[in-house]
Design a protein around this ligand. Structure first.
Ligand code: MF3
Ligand code: CO
Length: 295
């Protein structure tokens, strides 16, 4: 574990957090507390995972656009629409609001949004050839850059009437996300959050994808840490105020195993062809709990 960055400052030095205050009046006690956790063998966040007030303000502004774009899609999405049309809406509405769609050209990703239907787990690529039809469940995953700050959220949409199974996986995935959010508090662990997500999925006879997870976010689209939703209580990284990450468990009706589309190198599918659903929020750890930035 790299604790070198927690090297002590002089008590009268300016604090590392950029507040301009003296270290002893700012983050000294905080650092001592974090280091105690490290000494007990826990994984602790690097300082650059702890956002300043200015950075949180920026991420909050980005998040406002992010939700507005999803709200816009929510008002328009319907049976018979090509997923390419969702891509167009996300691109145009994001730009109109002064943002940039973060997925576009990210690692070579070709579109502005991910649209993942039925047994597609995530990273479905919008296309003129993919038409939403009655009974489909579709995840629309919007990620936004605004003035260098990033935000990320996704929702499920049911196209017309859907099967009981489809309605169930959409509901359970949403509940899993909510159970996770409830566990986001300073001085708890990412594993506490993951355990709540995973337990709820298992209790409903569903599984949670292990190979793809969430991520830190804010100054980049994908930052450390990797966020798993299948780890155990009391394990994984300590949560401290100022950390920002996504809660985005992918919940499957059958097996948790997935495969990636050979043709496009992006889209993940369930191995058994059964349904998958996902809801996503960006959260910040606060002094006494959590702020949901994209809801
Ligand atoms: N919320 C998704 C993620 O964090 C968005 C992926 S966009 C892509 O993985 F460009 F990476 F596909
Ligand atoms: Co994400």
């Amino acid at each position: 574990m790299d604790i070198s960055m927690y090297k002590k400052l002089g008590r009268n030095d300016k604090c590392w957090c950029g507040s301009g205050r003296k270290y002893k009046a700012c983050h000294e006690a905080f650092d001592d507390k974090v280091l105690r956790y490290s000494m007990e063998g826990h994984i602790i966040p690097d300082r650059d995972m702890i956002k300043t007030k200015e950075q949180l303000d920026g991420i909050r502004e980005s998040s406002k656009i992010n939700i507005a774009v999803l709200d816009y899609v929510a008002g328009k999405i319907k049976e018979g629409m090509a997923t390419e049309e969702i891509d167009r809406m996300v691109y145009e509405e994001t730009m109109r609001l002064g943002g940039i769609p973060a997925p576009l050209h990210f690692d070579g990703y070709p579109k502005s949004v991910c649209t993942s239907i039925n047994d597609q787990v995530c990273h479905g690529i919008p296309s003129e050839d993919v038409i939403l039809k009655k009974g489909d469940i579709v995840n629309v995953d919007v990620s936004t850059a605004y003035k260098g700050y990033f935000s990320d959220s996704s929702r499920m949409f049911c196209i017309g009437e859907v099967s009981d199974e489809a309605a169930k996986i959409v509901r359970v995935a949403k509940e899993c996300m909510e159970k996770g959010i409830e566990q986001v508090k300073p001085w708890k662990f990412l594993g506490d959050m993951a355990d709540a997500v995973h337990s709820h999925a298992l209790a409903n006879g569903c599984s949670v994808v292990r190979d793809i997870g969430g991520h830190g976010i804010g100054l980049e689209f994908h930052e450390e840490p990797f966020v798993s939703y299948v780890t155990r209580k009391g394990t994984e990284m300590l949560m401290v105020p100022g950390m920002v990450f996504t809660i985005e468990p992918m919940v499957n009706l059958g097996t948790c195993e997935i495969f990636i589309d050979d043709g496009n190198g992006w889209t993940a599918y369930t191995d058994d062809g059964k349904l998958s659903a996902q809801w996503e929020v960006t959260v910040a750890v606060t002094e006494d709990g959590c702020e949901i930035l994209t809801y």
